[in-house]
Design a protein around this ligand. Structure first.
Ligand SMILES: [Zn+2]
Length: 267
């Protein structure tokens, strides 16, 4: 059996090894660098190895909001996982204490240092240069130095998110009252759901209109406002009555006489 490359590397001189196609670590680095120069047109610097991975920070969500966060080229993608419905908080996103952001500078790459704390602030959109309204903690995200997080941290995150949901619920109710249904979006619906509130605007495509009988708000497309105090057919034409009778919502005898006459004629 011929000797393996590892055996050759360990037992023969550098020159002899090179003759049989085995290279040492120094030569390997040169090959990687020249290959990368050929492939990318610039030199990639190798990251120092053995970077600390502890202590970590953890980002959790107490809401159904989760997201893959892209902090820009050179950074890994960070995924904040949403909270499953039967849990109080979702799985952790672990953040290492140091990150190196690989940046291309003309024909070499440089590694810029970022602390785990800076990464956390960028993900949560907090800290210097961030607008308070972008703060992801309002959407149920929070950071902890521990996994699992403390009860106080979870409670604090729930309180902040509940406060934001209450604001959104009130806003949704105001829009609904003003018939500005296009202003109501997914964040309002999620807020109502989280707070366990039954609202008449929680269906995405449900446009509300006035009942022609009693002026109450009813979903668009309603054939008959079938409540004891109303019962108005929304399209009081021959076609409307024919449809309502066919669907069994109205009886022939409910229709005005001229429509009854028309219906009998066409039957
Ligand atoms: Zn009505």
């Amino acid at each position: 059996m011929p000797a393996s490359k590892n055996q050759i590397a360990a037992t023969v001189s550098r020159e002899e090894a090179a003759k049989v196609g085995v290279i040492d670590a120094g030569r390997a680095t040169e090959v990687i660098t020249s290959n990368s120069r050929k492939q990318y047109g610039f030199t990639r610097k190798m990251l120092p190895t053995g970077l600390p991975t502890e202590p970590k920070l953890y980002i959790y969500s107490v809401s159904e909001y989760g997201e893959i966060v892209n902090l820009g080229p050179g950074f890994p993608l960070f995924e904040v996982k949403p909270c499953p419905e039967d849990e109080t908080y979702g799985p952790p996103l672990a953040i290492n204490p140091v990150y190196f952001f690989e940046e291309a500078k003309v024909d070499v790459t440089e590694h810029t240092f970022h602390s785990g704390q800076q990464i956390v602030e960028a993900i949560l959109k907090i800290g210097p240069g961030m607008n308070a309204s972008w703060d992801k903690r309002r959407w149920g995200w929070f950071v902890s130095a521990s996994n699992p997080p403390t009860e106080e941290e979870v409670a604090g995150a729930v309180a902040l998110y509940t406060q934001n949901c209450t604001r959104l619920l009130n806003e949704g109710n105001r829009y609904a009252a003003a018939n500005q249904l296009t202003e109501i979006n997914e964040t309002h619906r999620r807020a109502a759901k989280y707070l366990g509130q039954r609202v008449d605007w929680d269906k995405p495509t449900r446009k509300m209109v006035d009942c022609i009988g009693c002026s109450e708000r009813i979903p668009a497309g309603t054939k008959v406002h079938a409540v004891p105090y109303c019962g108005a057919i929304q399209n009081p034409t021959f076609e409307g009555w024919a449809e309502a009778i066919e669907l069994g919502i109205k009886k022939l005898s409910d229709a005005p006489e001229h429509i009854q006459a028309q219906l009998k004629k066409s039957a």
